[in-house]
Ligand binder design. Structure first.
Ligand code: 5GP
Length: 197
């Protein structure tokens, strides 16, 4: 049996990639990896579901013990993908989804060139700014920082396999599903061919 495929989704904060991933999970049989982070837990977040919320010491020991597939520092906090769950799922032939920022995504691509990287773009910078402001979580200075970070992140987009604009949630989810299905059916074809040998 073939191994599952690894899909990575990135996009600046405010592009709605979290909502895209949520909708995707309802449509596609795919395992969403739960990351570890040192950032503070928000009110609506569940430890072990949204993230594994860990201390910096614990995070560093996970790195030292080579338990991370990738990790990065974002907004002064550590974020990383625990390796074992991802490897187990892929080994069982299941598709796996990582929702991570570009430093980590590009490390994954280096280690596992067969991974499929998908970048979610906002329809415009004006719209991205509006979405960040609508959240009402941050002041003008913090939003300015988010937009600067977004510019750097978007410069990495051409290194991804696919770029998808999120101007309509349903259409965007359908496009992402299309990428996943296309890869899965090609992998099945390849598997069948290799079985003929
Ligand atoms: P937030 O703190 O808003 O949940 O996430 C901040 C950023 O960290 C987002 O761009 C998110 O995709 C990214 N992120 C979440 N988990 C991981 C991870 O395991 N590795 C990396 N490199 N980035 C992550």
């Amino acid at each position: 049996m073939n191994k599952g495929s690894l899909f990575v989704i990135s996009g600046p904060s405010g592009t709605g990639k979290g909502t895209v991933c949520e909708a995707l999970l309802k449509k596609e049989p795919i395992f969403l990896s739960v990351s570890a982070t040192t950032r503070d837990q928000r009110n609506n977040e569940v430890d072990g579901e949204t993230y594994y919320f860990v201390s910096e010491e614990r995070f560093r020991s996970m790195i030292d013990e080579e338990k991370m597939l990738e990790w990065a520092v974002y907004n002064e906090n550590y974020y990383g993908t625990p390796k074992k769950a991802v490897e187990d799922m892929l080994e069982q032939g299941k598709n796996v989804l990582l929702e991570i920022e570009p430093q980590g995504a590009l490390k994954v691509k280096e280690m596992l060139p067969e991974a499929v990287l998908i970048f979610i773009l906002p329809p415009s910078m004006k719209e991205l700014k509006r979405r960040l402001e609508d959240r009402g979580r941050e002041n003008a200075e913090q939003i300015r920082k988010r937009l600067d970070a977004a510019a750097w992140e978007m410069e990495q987009a051409p290194k991804y396999n696919e770029m998808i604009v999120n101007d309509d949630l349903e259409a965007c989810v359908e496009d992402v599903c299309g990428v996943i299905r296309k890869r899965s059916s090609k992998m099945e074809r390849l598997d069948a061919l290799l079985n003929e040998i």
